[in-house]
Ligand binder design. Sequence first.
Ligand code: COS
Length: 392
Amino acid sequence: MFLKPDVAMALDAETRTQLIESVSRFVAERLVPIEDDVARNDRVPDEIVQEMRELGLFGLSIPQEYGGLGLSMEEEALVCFELGKTSPAFRSVIGTNVGIGSQGLVMFGRPEQKTHWLPKIASGEVIASFCLTEPGAGSDAASLRTTAIRKGNHYVVNGTKRYITNANKAGAFTLMARTDPSNKGAGGISAFFLPSNLKGITIGKPERKMGQQGAHICDVIFEDCEVPAECLIGAKEGEGFKLAMQVLDRGRLHISAVCTGVADRLVADSVKYASERQQFGQAIAEFQLIQGMLADSKTEAYAMRCMVLETARKRDAGANISLEASACKLFASEAVGRIADRNVQIHGGAGYVSDYAAERFYRDVRIFRLYEGTSQIQQVVIAKNLLRAAKA
Ligand code: COS
């Protein structure tokens, strides 16, 4: 079944077009020109972050009653298609507020938690990070060892979270920790939303990474940190793993939309370079072997767009999209890797030096196949869902 657009759009058509055009202009005029500086300085300038706030980018997915734009998933994907047309490090600034850092609260938070935090997350006053991964728990998220032991009206949290995006700027964390140490599986895990300035929380130094300079990941270390009991998300303990999985279902679709935007940018860069670069007395775009690469990249970018929009519409219509979100993430992250590789190939030697964006994007897109679940985890999720459906 293919779903029509506009199933559950939050904005009227004119406002939506205006938003997408403003993001597109912002990307082309403000972000693309400074991509190289951001990569070199490993920092997104404060004035750019402020402009992102003014554009409402931190609140794309936060309901309007809490000051966000409350976009539908389809609208969010359309915005991501535009944001993806520049260094993914820029998207990362708003990425955790829009996605994994906030969505546990949006989906399952108690009214008073939402009222307290969501307006600040929507405005970008508070950055929210997602603390799931640990040194010993990556793909096997259910084996996490950070504990949160209830003592009176607070939980005592101990453990280390690893590779936490935006942790060094975070004002709050969505934290998954084991509240029932006797239950070593998913059922022993609860989710919390807590301020980052509690005693007993230390943030590690940003890791040196392969790409996406300007976006930071750090350890978050909890040592006898007393977290007020009201920070628990939801009504009862033991729901934290399922919350994380549902947040990731959505996050995987968001990342797929970003991959699509990056793919469009790289196809445009490939076409531009191939049209300008002269060899054997003509533009290399005239050669069919180059045209083959351009066509393969465009076809994959188009397939990504179709998958993402179709899945977003399904989600907006209230369907469970676990399988489809993983299929999108698997295909889009792998495809953008191939597109970035062809872009380097079309650039020839120039694709290997950092004067051109091709080299930087080649490194930047590598993470898409790893975070929010590796390609192999997406395969596992797809197969599990298929087999479960076959049994039912
Ligand atoms: N939505 C709701 N519930 C879900 C779910 C989803 N998408 N996925 C799993 N669950 C539930 C299951 O239904 C099961 O509940 P019951 O015990 O009530 O049946 C529970 O969660 C455990 O599920 P499962 O047995 O499938 O868990 P596994 O430990 O086998 O883990 C994978 C499943 C591997 C898919 C999961 O650990 C995963 O996604 N790992 C990757 C983590 C990741 O993306 N890390 C990146 C860090 S964030 S940047």
